[in-house]
Design a protein around this ligand. Structure first.
Ligand code: FPP
Length: 239
């Protein structure tokens, strides 16, 4: 499907695979959770940098469907961290004009985390400076599977004609409906993997992989990724 060529050097939507918290902790002889706590500070820095640069949507891969398989202690630690961040940062988010959103299976999250999230989502829904989208219990294949189930149900109910299913129809059934596709995907800690993240939505995204571990990632690294992006010639399959 034809796509408009990007006309701005600033990506409208940046998505980040925040990787390397565990390795950072190991390097500093600290428990893994300390790596995640340090990663939380990077989140704060990067959210501010995104606002400063005029990015409109920022999606952060905070917890994948696969991450439930990690040791119970780490999962509980991450859930506690998440709940704390939302509670402690809510007033700052409101002050900065941030709208909090999530993608993923919110129903999998512990009730206390879900309640905190839902309250913050509701309180920030009128904000328009930056949409901060947390991917939580997120997996791209499960997202696409659920979209297919949704469309199949509509077909069965006579509300959707299979011949009328377009790319837009599929997109409308994804968690990201209404959110433009990421223009730029950043992955930290040097791994050359997509890890089941936004497989549909990153079709035309530019990818920047940096060796910097997520807890060390700061505004300068973010600015560098934006500069790399600005230097790319996005062709969307054209010439
Ligand atoms: C990947 O590092 C990181 C995660 C699985 C969790 C990301 C969570 C945070 C940055 C904490 C705060 C986040 C928010 C949104 C409040 P890894 O543990 O896979 O690192 P490794 O590959 O080096 O082991």
């Amino acid at each position: 499907m034809a796509k408009e060529k990007s006309v701005t050097a600033i990506p409208q939507h940046v998505a980040i695979i925040m990787d390397g918290n565990g390795r950072w902790a190991k390097k500093h002889h600290l428990p893994r959770l300390s790596g995640h706590e340090a990663g939380r500070k990077s989140v704060k820095r990067v959210v501010q940098a995104a606002i400063d640069h005029g990015v409109r949507y920022l999606t952060l891969y905070a917890f994948s469907v696969e991450n439930w398989q990690r040791p119970r202690e780490e999962v509980q630690g991450l859930m506690g961290l998440l709940r704390g961040v939302i509670r402690e940062e809510l007033s700052e988010m409101s002050k900065e004009g941030i709208r909090l959103r999530t993608i993923g299976r919110r129903q999998d999250l512990p009730e206390a985390v879900r309640e905190e999230l839902e309250s913050a989502i509701e309180k920030t829904k009128g904000h328009t400076k930056l949409d901060l989208i947390l991917a939580l219990s997120y997996g791209s294949r499960v997202e696409i599977t659920e979209a297919m189930q949704g469309m199949a149900r509509e077909v069965k109910a006579g509300k959707l004609d299979p011949d009328q299913i377009r790319e837009e129809t599929v997109a409308e059934h994804l968690y990201t409906h209404g959110i433009p596709d990421p223009d730029l995907l950043i992955r930290t800690s040097g791994e050359m993997r997509i890890s089941n993240f936004m497989l549909w939505q990153i079709s035309y995204a530019e990818i920047v992989v940096t060796p910097v571990l997520w807890p060390d990632f700061g505004e300068e690294d973010f600015a560098k990724a934006l500069a790399d992006y600005a230097a790319r010639d996005r062709r969307f399959g054209g010439i």
